[in-house]
Structures are given as structure tokens and as C-alpha cells.
Design a protein around this ligand. Structure first.
Ligand code: FES
Length: 160
């Protein structure tokens, strides 16, 4: 029997995996492991400053994303302080660009707000889905790579 991964099921699986990660703290599989994502270098640790977002694209050129060092530990955070995170920059309500401001992501179209320390949880506004988080890895030289997307990027039926 062939099964397809519907958008609803994908979101459910991702939310469950994210909750598992949040509950366990050290769980490894907190994003869909069956999709093949590229590893894309975003920056080096030497370039990352607290509160100063770095804009990049992931997993392809039409998917804007933001990396930021929060200055406080975050779910999925990397680096010695576990505070470097990245997210899709497209609001999950209607796809407007979000901006990092005062420790949160904000969408000025309808004022949704997302918490980057809590895996992109929405806590205000019209967006009902969390902002998709982009898991990061750091190599021995301090280069930071985007390696997946936890959640569905707005406007897509699949991320890759
Ligand atoms: S598009 Fe972001 S809140 Fe509506």
C-alpha cells in the first residue's frame, strides 16, 4: 500500500517531533529525517554577533531565512551558549517577510509574533503555525551549516 505524506500529516509529525525535542532536550530527530536537504554554509562563528541577524536562503534561492544569535539558550540552538538559531523568514500566515526585532520574529502584515527560543512558536497575531526552524550544525572550523527545515515553508507543498 502506497502512502503519501499530506501537508496536514507533515505538520502533525513535525509538531510532535518538536514537542518531543522540547520535552527531552537532547533528542536527535526533531525534524523530518526522510527528506533530503542540502547542507549549506551560512556563516562562520566569527561573523555572528548577538542580536544581529544574518539573512540567507535555504533550502534554495527562493526561500529566505534568518540566522540569529539570541544571547539566551534556545530549543535547537547551537554554539557554546546554545543560542544560535535559524528560521524561515516567511510568515506562516500569508507569507509576508518576518523580521528579527527585540528577541522575537515579527510580521508587520498582520502582526504575528514568533518566539525564536521556543522553536518558532507563534504567540500573537493571525499566524496559527510555528515559524519553520532550520536546524544548524557547526564544523571544526566554526562554519555554520543549515541542514534541514522543521516544518513546511509557507506557500509550498514540500520544502525540497
Ligand atoms: S502574513 Fe504575517 S501575520 Fe499575516
Amino acid at each position: 500500500m502506497t502512502q503519501t505524506l499530506t501537508r496536514r500529516r507533515f505538520v502533525q509529525l513535525t509538531a510532535a517531533a518538536t514537542a518531543l525535542f522540547a520535552a527531552g532536550g537532547k533528542a536527535q530527530l526533531w525534524y523530518a529525517p526522510s527528506l533530503t536537504y542540502p547542507a549549506v554554509k551560512v556563516a562562520n562563528l566569527s561573523q555572528v554577533k548577538t542580536g544581529q541577524p544574518i539573512i540567507f536562503n535555504y533550502p534554495d534561492a527562493s526561500a529566505p531565512a534568518i540566522l540569529v544569535k539570541l544571547g539566551r539558550p534556545a530549543i535547537g540552538g547551537v554554539g557554546k551558549d546554545r543560542d544560535i538559531v535559524a528560521f524561515s523568514a516567511l510568515c506562516t500566515h500569508m507569507g509576508c517577510p518576518v523580521q528579527y526585532e527585540k528577541g522575537r520574529f515579527i510580521c508587520r502584515c498582520h502582526y504575528s509574533m514568533f518566539d525564536p527560543a521556543k522553536a518558532g512558536q507563534t504567540y500573537q497575531g493571525l499566524a496559527s503555525s510555528w515559524l519553520p526552524q532550520i536546524p544548524l550544525r557547526i564544523d571544526g572550523k566554526g562554519d555554520i551549516y543549515a541542514v534541514a527545515v522543521a516544518g513546511l515553508i509557507w506557500g509550498r507543498v514540500k520544502n525540497v
